[in-house]
Write a protein that binds this ligand. Structure first.
Ligand SMILES: Cc1ncc(COP(=O)(O)O)c(C=O)c1O
Length: 406
């Protein structure tokens, strides 16, 4: 008889994970990237060069770079972020982490307790929402428009909380290519956001995960770059620009809080080989790589938008994203996207049901997120066509032959 672990599990564990059973044929979920765009040969060359030169430093936990991570990579990031975001931080202000998910965990670990309140976008990154739920933290969704969080309603939310004697622990936002809506907050609004944060004396957690992937390559300055009192904690990642399996992300913040996050990062350091390869590869190749990747993703986004228009017609409301790897689709109220997700999954089409990407699940029941980073253009066309067929069969929309723009 096998040992019964259920007798010893601590209370409050999340449900058990399912075993992996392979990717669906049409995979419109997850932050996967374009396989052909991974710079394999350059990585092989970078790995050989850096290991030949300094491979023996793997013998120490911190690669002779200190516990904040491989110094050449932090130096590259400081310079690159200065150029791309306007931030003036140095390598000393950066902590390399195991993907930006670990950045979220570290920020939460040092700031949040059960019963705390956080304000975030009403439609938001599922990984952030789940974390708040698990920690017993109340997430309040701030309404969005096509420029990200609306500052008038955010101001009202913060006012109401203040009247109730509640100060949120932080304001979480993905201001550059918002997940899931794909919008960008203007610099003017970023300044308003900072002013509100100052007025209510709360920090901002700026998740800049997709910021390098605007299709035209332009972006406003980071909120952290506009901040002169150190209230913005910034995180980024190589998951979206290069590959999610690398698990290399970064936090940029004042030493007062960075040092506390370093103290709760109890993993003995994030994977060193990845950091070394990136540190070697990035200075000469990163920008060219990202420029090419933007073109590839734009092509896939166009295929997604065209196929949605052709197959769903006016039944699918979707704004073309400014960049990134996903679209946020609103279907008629009669379509239950959780049910659509279950049925479509069984038929090889994976989608993100909207209820999992909004703070108030009731507002997402007829929405869905479709990622286009990993499938080929052909798979996008076939998969979305199949999804429209399933949706028609199960929910009667899109109506066939009437409102479809063919
Ligand atoms: C907004 C946002 N933040 C963080 C992450 C986590 O990314 P990673 O841990 O791969 O860096 C994601 C991934 O999809 C995301 O969309």
């Amino acid at each position: 008889m096998a040992f019964d672990y259920s007798t010893v599990f601590r209370p409050g564990l999340p449900p058990a994970a399912a075993r992996w059973s392979g990717f669906p044929k049409y995979n419109f979920v997850g932050g996967h990237n374009d396989g052909a765009a991974v710079p394999v040969q350059d990585f092989i060359d970078a790995a050989a060069a850096v290991l030949n030169r300094e491979g023996s430093t793997l013998a120490t936990h911190s690669l002779e770079s200190g516990s904040q991570g491989y110094l050449p990579l932090r130096e590259f990031l400081a310079e690159y972020l200065n150029k791309s975001t306007g931030m003036t931080d140095t390598a000393d202000d950066i902590l390399l982490v195991s993907g930006s998910l670990q950045a979220l965990d570290l920020v939460n670990d040092v700031l949040l307790s059960d019963g705390d309140t956080v304000v975030l976008e009403e439609a938001a990154y599922q990984g952030a929402i789940q974390r708040f739920n698990r920690l017993g933290v109340r997430g309040i969704g701030a309404p969005l428009d096509d420029g990200g969080i609306r500052m008038d309603t955010l101001s009202n939310i913060l006012d109401d909380l203040k009247k109730d004697g509640i100060k949120p622990k932080y304001l979480y936002a993905v201001p550059t290519v918002q997940n899931p809506t794909g919008t960008v907050m203007s610099e003017e609004r970023r300044l308003e956001f900072l002013n509100l944060a100052r007025k209510f004396d709360v920090p901002i957690f700026e998740d800049d995960c997709y910021a390098d992937l605007t299709f035209d390559g332009s972006r406003p300055r980071a909120i952290r770059a506009l901040d002169d009192d150190g209230r913005v904690i910034f995180c980024g990642t190589f998951s979206k620009t290069i590959a999610p399996a690398l698990r290399v992300g970064y936090l940029v913040a004042e030493w007062d809080i960075l040092s506390r996050m370093l103290a709760v990062k109890r993993d003995g350091g994030s994977g060193a080989l990845e950091q070394m390869v990136l540190g070697e590869y990035c200075p000469d190749h990163f920008e060219d790589h990202v420029t090419k990747l933007r073109g590839v993703l734009k092509g896939k986004c166009d295929a997604m938008m065209e196929t949605l228009a052709a197959e769903f017609g006016t039944t699918a409301e979707v704004e073309a994203p400014v960049g990134g790897i996903f679209v946020w689709v609103t279907l008629p109220d009669s379509v239950d996207t959780m049910k659509l997700f279950e049925i479509a999954s069984a038929e090889g089409v994976a989608i993100n049901p909207g209820a999992e990407w909004v703070v108030d699940p009731a507002t997402g029941t007829h929405k869905m997120r479709l990622c286009f980073g990993n499938p080929t253009v052909e798979e996008i066309r076939e998969g979305v066509t199949k999804l429209a067929e399933i949706c028609h069969r199960e929910f009667g929309v899109p109506e066939r032959g009437s409102n479809i723009e063919r």
